[in-house]
Write a protein that binds this ligand. Structure first.
Ligand SMILES: O=C[C@H](O)[C@H](O)[C@H](O)COP(=O)(O)O
Length: 240
């Protein structure tokens, strides 16, 4: 087996273990925020398994994307909207970068706007990642996604350049033209050379540009990070 295949298999296994570990923290009668991405997909599947096995009963899921809605329904989790509930007990979601203060970059799947709404409302927000997502400084391995109203792409791009960012319009894969989000907007990925110096400030500054819907910085939202990591050849889970 080529090395790259075996290492991607190992990452997939870490994502699976950490997703399952997070799903095991869900108890009966909870309202659960269902995150987006390949890691959370394992958590959603495990929640469905626990429901059908009778290990937990009477949970409902609040999805953060079309993907989470589809996966939640496939797993047999009753899906509700924010109009139907008065609280979210726990939210489980992935991340593209996690810093030592549990601050995040999210939006690799263009779902960060709905994710920020749902994850911020949760009494407990659990982030599930494999070890490759841990960084000392945000913005060093992943560009910051910004969801933008399509008619404002040009002025928002110029405003971000004035702030020192290098914006790129995200293009579709297996679809010509730009990525269109679940809300019908576009996404700009912004590189900051050397990473993001003051992420709490930048989160507010970017969101203050007219036409910006939401950026992918999640500051002070996370309660717990579950990290899947390899100890030698053995997968283990660390929390902080
Ligand atoms: O928009 C997508 C989300 O923020 C994801 O949670 C994030 O990109 C991590 O996804 P994955 O678990 O697939 O790496």
């Amino acid at each position: 087996m080529p090395k790259s295949t075996s290492s991607s298999d190992a990452v997939k296994q870490l994502k699976k273990e950490v997703g399952i570990a997070a799903a095991k923290r869900v108890q009966s009668n909870m309202v659960v925020g269902l995150g987006t991405g390949s890691t959370t997909a394992f958590a959603i599947a495990e929640l469905g398994r626990r429901l059908s096995a009778g290990e937990i009963t009477n949970i409902v899921g609040i999805p953060t994307s079309f993907q989470a809605t589809v996966l939640g329904k496939q797993a047999g989790i009753p899906i509700r909207s924010l109009d139907d509930v008065d609280r979210i007990d726990i939210a489980i979601d992935g991340a593209d970068e996690v810093d030592p203060n549990k601050n995040l970059i999210k939006g690799g799947g263009a779902a960060h706007t709905r994710e920020k709404v749902v994850d911020s409302l949760a009494a407990q927000f659990i982030v599930v990642v494999d070890q490759s997502k841990l960084v000392d400084k945000l913005g060093t391995t992943f560009d910051m996604p910004v969801e933008v109203l399509p008619m404002a792409i040009a002025p928002v791009t110029r405003a971000i350049e004035k702030l020192g960012g290098q914006p790129t319009l995200r293009m579709g894969v297996r679809k010509d033209g730009p990525v269109i989000t679940d809300q019908g907007n576009m996404v700009i990925d912004v590189k900051f050379e050397g990473g993001i110096d003051n992420a709490p400030e930048l989160e507010k500054t970017i969101n203050n540009i007219p036409g910006v819907i939401e950026n992918g910085l999640f500051i002070g939202v996370t309660n717990l990070v579950l990290v899947g990591e390899l100890k030698g050849d053995t997968p283990s889970i660390r929390e902080f």
